[in-house]
Write a protein that binds this ligand. Structure first.
Ligand code: FES
Length: 353
């Protein structure tokens, strides 16, 4: 038996009082979970501590909380490990982010998470005619969606999503991972419609800013950001959907700039996003019109000295000395006969060779 101190964030919105921290010392073996520690504190010291849990085996996804600032499942985190990772030897537990608190460690999943999940039509729309017996599905198609199927809807990725902090309307990592589960399923009849809908939505697939937070937060290896990138590749490369948010062209501009210079030339990013993949994009009439709409973004770029007017007009001289190596990476990836999708869940590695 060892002693652990838990610092719990307490808050009851109905009381009208501000949130506060409360410490309890519990006794358990270090391999027991943070959830068991919280339940012991609840049983021994204060029955009013609010925590949601059910399976206690990392299956139901109910016990998502932040432990020492990181979202995780309380039932899946050892006390000993949590103490080692704490700042001062005290295990800090607080409710997940990006969702309103109902009480103490319980957040309102309905208000954010489940609402967004429903947004992506989270069920299969069967291809017609439905076969008399079962659909025959290629093995590799099912392997492709296995990673998104592993989601237990705990909300850890939603809690840590930086895009959602800035834009609460963003459909979000959990719902978009769920969307890929059906987009990647060959039995679904609405692949194009789903992709078009998610690409055209200003809070859809192009609203993700690639911060990787959802990948580190997910306790099940779902890698929601990777599923969002899969959706983008299906929408842009396979179905050639050019969305009205300019997301697909903006992404292409990133790729072409890094390929050309070995680094991102931000002064050319906007012209290429609107005018196409050429250094002359800034002189195209299509850019002039869009540039007028983007004046606030351009003004911010100028104020932060990310963009200098002279640099925009002059040909870009800056290039990494090792850009040939970068070009070789492009050649290898673009030279592949078929696109290779990473699937950490199946291979156990972060690259399928
Ligand atoms: Fe079910 Fe933790 S209690 S996942």
């Amino acid at each position: 038996m060892a002693e652990f101190t838990l610092r719990l964030r307490r808050y009851d919105p109905e009381s009208g009082e501000a949130p506060y921290w409360e410490e309890h010392t519990i006794e358990l073996e270090p391999h027991r979970s943070v959830l068991e520690g919280i339940l012991q504190a609840k049983n021994r010291f204060d029955g009013s501590i609010g925590i949601r849990c059910s399976c206690r085996a990392a299956i139901c996804g109910s016990c998502g909380v932040k432990i020492n600032g990181q979202p995780d499942l309380a039932c899946h985190t050892h006390l000993g490990r949590a103490k080692k990772r704490s700042r001062d030897g005290v295990i800090e537990v607080e409710p997940m982010g990006n969702m309103p608190v109902i009480k103490d460690l319980i957040v309102d999943m309905e208000a954010v998470h489940w609402k967004k999940i429903r947004r992506v039509t989270p069920w299969l729309i069967a291809k017609q005619p439905v076969p008399e017996r079962e659909y025959i599905v290629p093995r590799e198609s099912m392997v492709d969606v296995t990673q998104s199927m592993a989601c237990i809807q705990c909300g850890a990725c939603v809690s840590d999503c930086l895009s959602m902090e800035v834009d609460p309307e963003f459909i979000g990592p959990a719902a978009l991972a769920k969307a890929y589960r059906f987009v990647g399923d060959p039995r679904d009849d609405q692949t194009f419609e789903r992709l078009q809908d998610l690409a055209e939505d200003p809070h859809g697939i192009y609203d993700c800013t690639h911060c990787f937070q959802c990948i580190s937060a997910c306790p099940k290896g779902v890698a929601p950001m990777s599923q969002i990138m899969r959706l983008r590749r299906r929408a842009g490369n396979d179905f050639h959907i050019e969305d009205r948010n300019n997301g697909e062209r903006h992404e292409r501009a990133f790729v072409s700039l890094v390929k050309q210079y070995g680094l991102l030339n931000e002064a050319e990013l906007l012209p290429r996003s609107y005018g196409g993949d050429s250094p002359l994009a800034k002189f195209k009439p299509s850019f002039a019109g869009e540039a007028a709409n983007s004046l606030p973004v351009i003004a911010k770029g100028l104020l932060r000295r990310k963009v200098r007017p002279a640099a925009v007009l002059k040909p870009h001289k800056l290039a990494r000395p090792d850009r040939d190596q970068i070009k070789r990476i492009y050649d290898e990836v673009e030279g592949r006969e078929a696109r290779a999708e990473f699937n950490i869940y199946i291979s156990g590695k972060d690259e399928d060779r």
